[in-house]
Design a protein around this ligand. Sequence first.
Ligand code: ZN
Length: 869
Amino acid sequence: MSAKAKYRKDYKKPDYTVTDIFLDFQLDPQHTRVISKSQIARLNPEAQQLRLDGHSFQFASIKLNGQPFTAYQQDAESLQLNLSGLNLEHFELEIETLLKPAENTSLQGLYQSGDGFCTQCEAEGFRQITYMLDRPDVLARYTTRITADKTQYPFLLSNGNRIATGDMLDGRHWVEWQDPFPKPSYLFALVAGDFDLLQDRFITKSGREVALELYVDKGNLNRADWAMQSLKKSMKWDEERFDLEYDLDIYMIVAVDFFNMGAMENKGLNVFNSKFVLANPATATDEDYHNVEAVIAHEYFHNWTGNRVTCRDWFQLSLKEGLTVFRDQEFSSDTGSRAVQRINNVKILRTVQFAEDAGPMAHPIRPEKVIEMNNFYTVTVYEKGSEVIRMLHTLLGEERFQQGMKLYIAENDGKAATCENFVSAMERASGVDLTLFRRWYSQSGTPELTISDEYDERNHIYRLHVSQLTAPTHDQLDKINLHIPLKIELYDPQGKQQELQSETGLVSNVLDIMQNHQTFEFHHIYARPTPALLCDFSAPVKLDYAYTDQQLLLLLRHAKNDFIRWDAAQMLLSNELRQNLQRQQNGEQMQVSPLLLDTFHSILEQYQQDVELTALMLTLPKETEFAEQFKVIDPSGIHQVRKFLQKSIAEHLKALSLKIYHRIDLPEYRIERQDIALRSLRNVCLSYLAVTEFGNALVNTHYLHANNMTDTLAALAAASSAALPCRDNLLTDFEHKWAHDGLVMDKWFALQATRPDEDVLQQVTKLMDHPSFNFNNPNRLRALVGSFANQNPNAFHAIDGSGYRFLVEVLIKLNRSNPQIASRLIEPLIRLGRYDAQRQTLMKRGLERLAKIEDLSKDLFEKIEKALD
Ligand code: ZN
């Protein structure tokens, strides 16, 4: 395996650029011909060699200024043209390549999804179509001509505006598209096929009319409405909050079933995983509805943050992704519940992102070293990247943040920019010194804030002592101080919020943590207060403060900040978990503190004060969420203790939750905030009741009466995790109803993979042959294999190593067919440092087996090498 790393520090401007490119596609599943004619300009007068990226196609011919050209060298990844002596400033290159999209299971470049064709070019997929300067700082104007059979492929789509069409005598037709905005190759897209089309329009705030087109598989029109509504909502929001307007006359979205990621923001032609487009009450849960809206928004927002202003090189990925995630999170917060949105984002950060930073793939949001770029579309670049933008927003405030955005866009529109360009614009527009803050871009790892306090009774002064420390990470041993905004509130013993005052007057509730140790003094405090620390999770850090149970209960009842109230409940639960793991290890009896049980009871009793938050506070953290708090994870211990906690809470809340379950009545299914909250609380009640004596009858009825997928799935999940007698009947019923629909069956596959049963691995192995399963479909793989490896830690980490062996077998196959998905699925296996010696040995054995694969992909190589290092 030869895998060369690229380093951020090695960035060099390109010697040549492409100003215009004309692409001619003659589509056929086995024999697609691509002719690319590009106008090339030399930027560096000294340059004599032009190196073009390209692989995985058959190369047919090359012409320079219309003449056959032979002075080139070809290797596995590129074509190098020797132009010495020609002294060309401008020239035309014509390259012909031949592709077999039907055999392209990597789902990068041009491939077949179902009966149609589509492309995925980010990050480096364009080079699987033709030889190209495939780097994001080469921006060209694209004209694309597509020719294909008219009956099989009535729709031929690409970026920009449709400028010409025509029919041919042989039954084929052609369409020509032109995109007026110069763009990097990764934003190129092509789609061909037969679809159902949902059309609408949007009038921008300056009065321009934009045609909106949503393409879905035939028969799926009844699942397309929500996505279209979401698009219009996003367009409106971006105008209102960011003053950003859409710039083309047409915006197209195509839903495809075979897609490696969520979706792709190609200019004017987004290609989506159908999972993030299709939704109706019978097939989609409330969560699905939310995800569709958020992903549609995310891709739309990229039009400015990503497309109009793009990235100079791939190390800058967070420039567009962190910022766009921040924007989509703000959209969801403004249009839905800010607290729910924040809590769900924090859950992902604390579990998945903190784990990434603690593992072998740790990297800063702007990585320094990359072997396979696809490995860096990570929670760190996306979600932590968004947290960094959010901290900036906290430090600057909305107004100055928006001024910074305006400057950033004005300075970089039509260009390929860097993270530094962004921070610099923010700094200059706001006048806030961001010298120290910049370190978030170059330092990996999760900082820990250790906080202690003291109360000076005589002088009425309360002091917070804050120190910061970032532990060494796999990629970086030495850490320095960061600028961390710590948002706080103080509460008196009666739960009344205290003003924050220095000697001289009111002070901000955002503390600037910049040094190793800092002390903050608050005056006129007349009794020892309880601090609410890290309100709204104001920074992606771990907090170490010795809260007493009394303090947590006070915060839980009185804190104004929703996040703090939720987090207090989480901390109480974590304490219970930790104590019981200890008891279990000591062979003692497990127990739950009556205080916690009573608290939960009273939260539930008062659910009408805040239904959304009640549901979230009462949801027991998943095993994987609990696991993240331990340096060394005991998967089976956590499994057992969590079950015990669930059962204890369920028994204590039984009468009340039964009452509330029956009281909440939602006869009609509506996607509305209040209904979603009530449905969610009712289903939390159901999940507890499932493990009581009412469980089987209640869950069975819940399933039978469900008029929407949220309730159907809640019943199935409750039946499955509690292993109720009704379980197999319900699962079979669901299977028969939905066997024809892979997307819906993914929910069923995921449930099967997370069964608590001893023989779950045998079931999963058998399901790989289920008629609804398809090894080449990433959604199916994620649902079955991904859920098993990530959401069933007890079984995946079975001490006999069977879970690891299973995953390794799957990865060996996937390494060939789809290395990008292989590399996603290997994640739980590379975190070996978090497990006991016996499991580590077994995991290592699996990784070593993979390392020996003959044609090991760069994607897997990069992760395995780091994990074994
Ligand atoms: Zn994105």
